[in-house]
Each structure stands twice: as structure tokens, then as C-alpha cells.
Write a protein of this length. Structure first.
Length: 337
């Protein structure tokens, strides 16, 4: 894929208010989701659930791409069509999570660094053959009274940059995800400071590794109060602070920013995205979504592991996708709920 093709692919993922469905939960994580509805964590049940998501009628009107897990991109529908082929036929780009998870960072108690660079060039070539057009790598930054350390932020920024460079070499658009976690009692001020430092380090490393900003997407957290913080910031404050920080740290050549939901409720994640697009209509990059739980939660509960519920679960997913697509265009209202 040429530089121009990387750029056009990245731009297409955030065009016209469409966003990305994150369905890349590991086997263990999706197992927890299935357990919450009383469904056993078997490959057959994981396939049935992902099939429900990917075959939902009309969802392609609001979803531009789907991030899959290694197992998922190798699976097929009941009729034998690979998930990658199914999505591509609907005009939805197949994507793939390529990191192997966050592991304890040596010499930094309580902090994590994401692994998966070993053998990544070969894996990217294979995923490209399986239809992947873009990829994702998630770094995790924890806030406590004494964390994060500079060592942790630098280690994760460097890994993100090396991953992104390898993706572009392979003709795959990298989604760069430096997530400052919501968990904790920290204030929105603390989240803002850590997120700003993280972004600056990440983009400095991306530049050093020769990553083309116009051929990538950023998947950041919003600037938001910690989940246990007593003083929760309003929707408008979260939106204003997030946009201001992005203006300060994200190059204008990046085609789009696709937010993670990070544990927010479905409606709150939509409201925040709406407030950002409504309050700042002239931005250099598109502001859209790459939600997992904030798109899937209600659909999962509606399905409850029963084939008879597939229809209502599909409609539930479509509703959330439609609400977020409207928010990405600054057109969402609570009456749509």
C-alpha cells in the first residue's frame, strides 16, 4: 500500500461520521462479558456473538471498520464466509489487534508496558493476507498518587511508534492507542496533565520512527475525572478540555481521532462525543468513535446467548451505532434514545 493509499484508508475510516466497532476483546475478556449473561466461554459461543455483531443489518451505514482479535479474523459465519470477507462485502474495513497485552514493566512496580513487537512484521503480513486494512495497539497508563513514571510513558510511547512504523511498512493503517485509564480517584486536572505528557511523548516517538501522521489514526482517552473521584466533571467540561488538549498535542495532518470509551456508560460516551463536535465544529481532524463496550453492552444483554434474540440484539447494536454516528457529526440529541 502506497503512502497515498494509507492516507485514503485512514481518512475513509472516519469519513461522514462513521466510526469503528472495537470487537477485539481477548478470549479471557470476552469470556467475562459472556459470563455476565450466563453464557459459557466456548469458541462456538464467541463465534455466534461476533457473527451477530458483524451481520447486523444496516450497521455498515454507521460503522466504517471493525477491530478483531486473532481468533476472530480466522473465524467464519455459519455459512462458511470468513468474517473478513463478510465485512469487506458490506463496505466495512476489517481490522486487527496486534499487541499481546500489557505486562508488568520491569523496575516499575504497578506499571505496565504493552508487548508484541517480536515477530510483528511477519504477523502483519499474515493479517494483511487475511484482509486486514488497519491494526490497533493499546498502551496502558495508570494514574495513582505517584504514577505514571516517565519510564513507563517513554517505554509505551516507543513501543507504539515501532508498531506504527511496522504497520505502515506492511501497508496497514495503524491505530495508535495510548490509554490513560479512568480507574482511580484522580481529578480531571490530573488526567489532563498525564494525557498531555503522554501525547507529547507518543508523537515525538512517532516522528523519530518515521511514521506518517496522515496515514494513521489516534485512539485516545477523553480528558475525564477518575471513576472514584468525588468531583465528576460535566459533559461540557470534558468536551472542552479534551478538544483543547488535542489542539495542543495532535498534528493537523492526522486524519482522525477515534475515542475509546474507557468504561463510560453507553449514553455518556455518546454525549461527550456530541459535545465535542457541537462545540468545536472547525477542527483539523475528524472526531469519531472506536467503542467496544459502549457499543456492545446493551446488544450483548439483549442477545443473552439465545438465537431467538439475534434480531432484537442486532437492532440494539444498530441503535447505538446510529446515535454515535450522529454524535460524530454533531447531530445527536437525547430524544434519539
Amino acid at each position: 500500500m502506497s503512502a497515498q493509499e494509507l492516507q485514503s484508508t485512514a481518512a475513509a475510516l472516519v469519513a461522514q461520521g462513521r466510526g469503528i466497532l472495537a470487537a477485539d476483546e481477548s478470549t479471557g475478556t470476552v469470556g467475562k462479558r459472556l459470563a455476565s449473561i450466563g453464557v459459557e466461554n466456548t469458541e462456538a459461543n464467541r463465534q455466534a456473538y461476533r457473527q451477530l455483531l458483524f451481520t447486523s443489518p444496516e450497521v455498515e451505514s454507521h460503522i466504517s471498520g471493525v477491530i478483531m482479535y486473532d481468533e476472530t479474523i480466522r473465524q467464519s459465519t455459519d455459512s462458511g464466509v470468513s468474517f473478513g470477507e463478510l465485512l469487506a462485502a458490506k463496505g466495512v474495513m476489517p481490522g486487527i489487534k496486534v499487541d499481546t497485552g500489557a505486562k508488568p514493566l520491569a523496575g516499575a512496580p504497578g506499571e505496565l508496558v504493552t508487548e508484541g513487537l517480536d515477530g510483528l512484521r511477519g504477523r502483519l503480513e499474515e493479517y494483511r493476507g487475511l484482509g486486514a486494512r488497519f491494526a490497533k495497539w493499546r498502551a496502558v497508563i495508570t494514574i495513582t498518587e505517584g504514577l505514571p513514571s516517565l519510564r513507563c510513558m517513554e517505554a509505551n510511547a516507543h513501543a507504539l511508534a515501532r508498531y506504527a512504523a511496522l504497520c505502515q511498512e506492511a501497508g496497514i493503517v495503524p491505530i495508535v492507542e495510548p490509554e490513560v485509564l479512568m480507574s482511580g480517584a484522580h481529578t480531571i486536572d490530573r488526567c489532563e496533565a498525564v494525557t498531555r505528557d503522554t501525547h507529547r511523548l507518543v508523537f515525538a516517538q512517532l516522528a523519530r520512527c518515521g511514521v506518517r501522521f496522515d496515514g494513521m489514526l489516534l485512539k485516545p482517552n477523553m480528558v475525564i475525572s477518575g471513576q472514584e473521584c468525588e468531583a465528576q466533571a460535566s459533559v461540557q467540561e470534558v468536551a472542552a478540555r479534551t478538544v483543547a488538549l488535542l489542539r495542543d498535542t495532535v498534528p493537523a495532518s492526522v486524519p482522525g481521532i477515534v475515542f475509546l470509551s474507557g468504561g463510560q456508560s453507553e449514553t455518556l460516551a455518546t454525549e461527550h462525543l456530541q459535545a465535542m463536535n457541537e462545540g468545536a465544529p472547525s477542527l483539523p481532524w475528524a472526531l469519531s468513535f472506536s467503542y467496544g463496550r459502549a457499543l456492545q453492552h446493551s446488544a450483548l444483554r439483549a442477545w443473552a446467548g439465545k438465537s431467538s434474540n439475534v434480531g432484537v440484539a442486532s437492532k440494539t447494536l444498530l441503535h447505538r451505532a446510529r446515535c454515535n454516528a450522529h454524535a460524530a457529526r454533531g447531530e445527536y440529541t437525547s430524544s434519539m434514545e
